[in-house]
Design a protein around this ligand. Structure first.
Ligand SMILES: C[S@@+](CC[C@H](N)C(=O)[O-])C[C@H]1O[C@@H](n2cnc3c(N)ncnc32)[C@H](O)[C@@H]1O
Length: 296
């Protein structure tokens, strides 16, 4: 059980009647609602760290995708929440979210945004246009990626996580360089994290055994983000929380959180998940990491 948290009071449904939330009302809650509306009600300069895992806008073709080598069907991200009419609509959504984020971040807060090649470059441009100052990016290398579908492109085994401040003048942000080095690859501690996709016991399942969420992020990823760039007692916002990985890890690491999620079907999963603490034990190095270490 995650300590000091009343699971019966974990979920708060957003209401049109509320114009502004007091921080104490929404701290350590997952708010059922639309991030575009809820974020407007969060007080200015109140957040220490933001993690956003937005829709990828994958634009998958409507036809069935079959893996070229084993002839099994590919389960991509086909959820309604990942669909937008056009790049303009997607950009406008990201721009609105990032405008609110900037307002509610404290002066020296930092923000992480994760995506794949489908949209991460658009997100980076929007961030720079809004005045964010990019500090680093982390390449998340999955050592168990989705198999290559048709063999017509490179195997997609990475996601990029941009890390930024909201203003170039923000200098006193939190950064634990020893941990950054520990998690990075090779003797130089390069900005590559080798972490498997979320599978096995960690993956939330529906009653029929299918995955509850198509893009549940690994606990290890959030652990590294939270430990390297926040302090105990900090307040962490995740406005598109899905299965609630951010809050789950944050609480175990003695941080507070505010999460927002629009889909009711995931919220029940988040409640169940909070009954058991996440496993934050350091994982064994992968063979890729060991090889780089040997050769660097
Ligand atoms: C990529 S997933 C996040 C997965 C999450 N990091 C996890 O570990 O489970 C994006 C989530 O954003 C939610 N979402 C999309 N648009 C939203 C909005 N306007 N407000 C709140 N949530 C939204 C989707 O329902 C989806 O669960």
């Amino acid at each position: 059980m995650v300590e000091h948290l009343n699971i019966d009071k974990l979920v708060l449904e957003d209401s049109k009647k509320v114009n502004q939330y007091a921080l104490d009302t929404i701290k350590n809650k997952i708010i059922l609602g639309d991030a575009l509306e809820v974020m407007k009600k969060i007080p200015d300069e109140s957040i220490d760290l933001v993690f956003i895992d937005p829709p990828y806008f994958l634009q998958l073709p409507k036809k069935k995708l079959v893996r070229w080598n084993v002839k099994t069907n590919v389960e991509g991200v086909e959820d309604e929440w990942d669909k937008f009419e056009s790049f303009e609509e997607y950009d406008s959504f990201i721009q609105k979210i990032l405008t609110q984020t900037s307002r509610i971040m404290k002066e020296n807060a930092t923000i992480w945004i994760i995506s794949t090649y489908h949209s991460v470059h658009r997100i980076g441009k929007i961030m720079q246009d809004l005045g964010y100052w990019l500090l680093s990016d982390i390449i998340w290398l999955k050592n168990n990626p989705m198999p290559n579908w048709l063999g017509v492109r490179f195997t997609n085994a990475t996601e990029t996580i941009i890390w930024a401040v909201k203003d170039k003048k923000s200098k006193k942000y939190t950064f634990k360089k020893e941990l950054a080095k520990k998690y990075g690859v090779g003797k130089v501690g390069a900005n590559v994290w080798v972490i498997p996709l979320c599978t096995g016991k960690e993956r939330l399942k529906k009653e029929d055994g299918e995955k509850l969420h198509s893009t549940q992020k690994p606990v290890e990823l959030l652990k590294r983000i939270i430990l390297t760039t926040s302090n105990e007692g900090d307040l962490i916002l995740d406005p598109m929380a899905g299965t609630g990985t951010t809050g789950h890890v944050a609480k175990e690491l003695k941080r507070d959180f505010i999460m927002i999620e629009r889909e009711k079907k995931y919220i029940e999963g988040v409640k169940q998940r909070f009954k058991i603490a996440p496993n934050l034990k350091d994982r064994k190095k992968s063979s890729i990491e060991e090889e780089v270490e040997r050769n660097s």
